[in-house]
Design a protein around this ligand. Structure first.
Ligand code: C2O
Ligand code: CU
Ligand code: CU
Length: 494
């Protein structure tokens, strides 16, 4: 990751203190919750999922119940499993007292099925979208995208993983036994009040910085422990936090094999010792347990504000790594993986040297460049893209279907923003002219744009049904999205 990635993140071991500080991990260990797997039911040529959005109660600390939202659950929801090439249909009942939406993050699909702010599911009603699964095998997710209220609804629990499987990946013999050697990890920070109840502290400061909690939960479990039964584990990590960035690593600095980004397999396994994920981003790593020692997955969290008050951004410092930690630099264990015991089938599976064939992004395909400037205004009062805040009635861009474009995303603010584009899996070309790190060599739908940085991606849209319904592009810090750092585009016939 040298010189690239999230510049605001201190490296583990460099600026990081190994205190647990505000990222408290000191309570008793709990077995890692694994979301139940929901494969739907095949009916009339479609895979059909029946889901219900419900209110729930969850104890974030033992004995103290908090009001939450879940999908067929008190909090979070089932992992939906589907295959590339099949048609899926959902019947989603909204049993909440408020409107909600369910967005399929990472999917290329007709706008009417996207689940963005225009696909409101009113309380007591059912939404039944359907689409063909065109995505490569990977970890995707579904979550609330309610206009101006995505932050509080996701925070309360309206989010869960999606596994897409396909033949290309199945041929590789990667760990893929759900819940055994193939584990989803939804990493989220949450704030609790003095009594242990979940709070969503929205105020002037958090509207600007995003809501940060002082405790980290994985699949809703704090101090999670996973008792491994196999010599190799595939961890599918989703940063499902509203605003917190993480740099993940193994506590003793062991190597991890990075195999996939948002949109599926990379060209080959890349050996990494740490992994940066901003809200909305995913990555898959293979970790090795054949040495017979437990592993500890730790997260360092930086302060995502570079000279917000003092005016010392990277641009002004000539590209150096500047960070002024507020609660930054804290390292906390997010998952303890217990070692396998002898006789439990510890076999050292060799990873295939090649995972997928990915061509380098071909810039000569692009017929135009579109520019997006992210800004926050004074003290975060003007969350905008190209000077405009999100307006449900305004279409900001009209993009011809099927044409390759370069989207140039510039960050004029002092915070890093994870930029997400609906209805696309794109390729990162460069950041300020520099080549991207391993995680960004594959398909992405969410990518960090550092303060004062300019990032270029190559993409095209193939879905153009529902001509009058827009798709979204936005910052995936949910408080920024809710405050207007979002725009709308139509995919039009050229
Ligand atoms: Cu994950 Cu538009 O969102
Ligand atoms: Cu999305
Ligand atoms: Cu942002």
């Amino acid at each position: 990751f040298a010189g690239v990635g999230i510049a605001a993140l201190p490296l583990v071991g460099c600026e990081a203190r190994s205190s647990f500080g505000p990222l408290r991990s000191s309570d008793d260990p709990q077995p890692l919750a694994i979301p139940p797997l929901n494969r739907g039911a095949v009916e009339g040529g479609e895979r059909v999922f029946r889901l219900s959005l419900t209110t729930g109660q969850k104890e974030f600390v033992p004995g103290v119940a908090s009001a939450t939202i879940g999908v067929d659950a008190d909090y979070l929801g089932p992992t939906l499993e589907m295959r590339r090439g099949e048609r899926v249909r959902f019947h989603i009942d909204n049993a909440l007292a408020e409107g909600a939406t369910v967005h399929w993050h990472g999917f290329e699909l007709p706008a009417a099925a996207d689940g963005g702010p225009h696909q409101l599911i009113r309380p007591g009603t059912r939404w039944s979208p359907s689409f063909e699964v065109r995505q490569r095998a990977s970890l995707y997710w579904y979550h609330s995208h309610l206009h101006r209220r995505a932050g509080p609804q996701v925070y309360a629990g309206l989010a869960a993983p999606i596994y897409v499987r396909d033949d290309e990946e199945a041929a590789l013999d990667l760990p893929s036994d759900y819940g055994a050697d193939d584990i989803p990890l939804i990493v989220q920070d949450r704030a609790l009040d003095g009594s242990g109840k979940l709070i969503y502290p929205l105020n002037m400061h958090t509207r600007m910085m995003g809501v940060l909690g002082e405790r980290i939960f994985v699949n809703g479990t704090q101090n999670a422990v996973f008792d491994a039964q196999t010599g190799q584990l595939r961890l599918r990590i989703l940063n499902g936090s509203n605003a917190r960035f993480y740099e993940f690593s193994l506590a003793e600095g062991q190597a991890m094999q990075l195999i996939a980004s948002d949109g599926g397999l990379l060209d080959r396994p890349h050996t990494v010792r740490s992994l940066k994920l901003a809200p909305g981003e995913r990555a898959q790593v293979i970790v090795d347990l054949t040495e017979g020692r437990p592993l500890s997955l730790v997260a360092t969290s930086p302060d995502n504000a570079m000279g917000m008050m003092g005016g010392q951004g990277r641009g002004m410092m000539g590209g150096g790594m500047m960070n002024r930690p507020r609660d930054g630099g804290e390292t906390g264990e997010v998952l303890r993986i217990l070692d396998i015991r002898p006789g439990r089938g510890a076999r050292a599976r060799r990873l295939p040297p090649r995972l997928s064939s990915l061509n380098a992004p071909d810039l000569s395909l692009a017929v135009r460049t579109r520019r997006f400037v992210l800004d926050m205004g004074m003290m975060g009062r003007g969350m905008t893209i190209n000077g405009a805040a999100m307006d449900m009635d305004i279409v900001n861009e009209r993009v011809p279907v099927g044409q390759w474009e370069i989207w140039e995303i510039a960050n004029a603010s002092m915070m890093a923003h994870p930029f997400h584009i609906h209805n696309a899996q794109f390729r990162v070309i460069d950041r300020d002219g520099r080549r991207p790190p391993p995680l960004e060599t594959g398909f992405k739908d969410t990518v960090v744009v550092n303060p004062r940085e300019q990032l270029r991606v190559l993409l095209r849209f193939e879905e153009h049904t529902d001509p009058d319904l827009p798709y979204m592009y936005h910052c995936h810090i949910l408080e920024h999205e809710d405050a207007g750092m979002m725009g709308q585009f139509l995919v039009v016939n050229s």
